[in-house]
Design a binder for this molecule. Structure first.
Ligand code: AVJ
Length: 399
């Protein structure tokens, strides 16, 4: 293993587990919220955005659309109770399955979104900054390519928008076409979405923001579509499509294709297969931020499903699955234990060493992306990577 320098106050890595990654870390394990709190606070401008119109309606809204004076509306397909019901169903299915599993969707409460933002700044986590560099370098290309394949694009739809600055880049590029009228950020975290909506509106006062709180496994069919002949650029960035297994990816791409027809385009970010050591380091950083992000899932279940997971009794594990070409994150039970989820009346036994899978993050190459797009009604029009070939952006149009 390469040398690692833990951040001040971070636990030191302990002996290597069978996967080649630290199986557990010595010392007291900080709670995810403690890790989030000790990392530097977000810049004042961004924090202030949370109190803006988007965030306010995101908290109080219901499933119907609401338009505020600011040209920002937030439509919720996952209100508090719907979110809890979906989480309850996932938890019941996943924790009674073998092997045990939870959906990565539930990582993203306010602490989880903050921890993910911190992950994107880690030296080991190359994905976000590499994708951003591709976007920066090829924004002009993207605009000219769109001008030839999909002239009437007036809407940017962004799946898993979060609070990332990549929306800003894309909005800027599309605004240069002079046709951009609407931004539809879509995310499972209403607070992050509120911030994204407010920031987008501030940067582009002429663009209407129609934010949608939902789960991309379920709610694609409810996204607003431009009236023909106008179209949308649907961006699904960050490599998040890799959180889905092949069948679920096909389902999502098919749903997008039937929702957004001719005149629309898809911009897809995918992480690429590379040296497993680099892949694993990206999912098991030396400062322990990814470990905190992973354990935060248990905090979410404790709070929302009345569970009593002891976070100190689970170790963060990252594994490269060569056959499936994906990284798995797991939580390994450090002892035999019984967990009670009172809110859904479920009792779950963990054997010592038993692992709970919390995320898969699939890695691709051009051939697999091309094939998955072609099989779901899309045609790969352009493929951009960084010079090192670490990450790719694909532009696809209805095939
Ligand atoms: C936000 C889904 C792209 O899979 O790389 C980061 C989430 N998990 N570190 C990814 C994540 C662990 C991330 N995505």
């Amino acid at each position: 293993m390469t040398s690692r320098t833990p951040a001040p106050g971070a636990p030191t890595p302990s002996p290597t587990g069978p996967t080649g990654r630290p199986a557990a870390r010595g010392g007291r394990i900080p709670t995810p919220a403690e890790v989030a709190a000790r990392l530097r606070p977000r810049p004042a401008g961004q924090a202030g955005g949370a109190a803006g119109a988007g965030a306010a309606s995101a908290r109080t809204g219901d499933a119907s659309a609401q338009t505020g004076d600011a040209g920002v509306c937030v439509e919720r397909h996952l209100t508090g109770p719907q979110r809890s019901a979906a989480m309850a169903q996932d938890a019941r299915r996943g924790l009674t399955a073998s092997p045990k599993e939870l959906a990565p969707t539930w990582f993203y409460d306010a602490t989880g979104s903050l921890l993910f933002e911190k992950i994107t700044e880690l030296p080991e986590y190359y994905l976000t900054r590499t994708e951003r560099s591709i976007l920066e370098r090829h924004a002009g290309d993207l605009v000219s390519e769109l001008a030839s394949v999909a002239q009437g694009i007036d809407t940017l739809v962004e799946l898993g928008a979060g609070t990332s600055p990549k929306s800003r880049l894309l909005l800027g590029a599309l605004a240069d076409t002079g046709r951009l009228r609407r931004f539809v950020p879509f995310d499972v975290d209403a607070d992050a979405l509120g911030r994204a909506a407010t920031a987008a509106r501030a940067a582009h006062p002429g663009v209407t923001v129609h934010a949608v709180v939902g789960d991309f496994r379920q709610h694609i069919g409810l996204l607003p579509v431009p009236a023909a002949p106008a179209g949308a650029l649907v961006a699904f960035l960050g490599g998040t499509i890799g959180n889905l297994r092949p069948a679920a990816r096909a389902e999502l791409l098919t749903a997008l294709r039937s929702r957004f027809g001719p005149g629309s385009a898809l911009l897809l970010g995918t992480d690429l297969v590379k040296d497993p050591a680099r892949l694993l380091a990206a999912y098991d950083d030396s400062a322990g931020v990814t470990a905190a992000f992973n354990r935060n899932l248990l905090t979410v279940l404790n709070r929302e499903l009345g569970a009593d997971f002891d976070l100190r009794a689970f170790a963060h594990v990252a594994v490269w699955d060569e056959a499936n070409r994906w990284v798995e994150m797991r939580l390994r039970s450090l002892r035999q234990q019984t967990v009670r989820l009172a809110g859904i009346d479920l009792t779950v036994d963990f054997a010592e060493g038993e692992e709970l899978r919390t995320e898969i993050s699939a890695k691709f190459d051009q051939e697999t992306v091309d094939k998955e797009l072609a099989n779901t009604g899309w045609r790969l029009a352009r493929w951009w990577t960084d010079p090192a070939g670490d990450f790719a952006l694909s532009l696809a149009i209805p095939g």
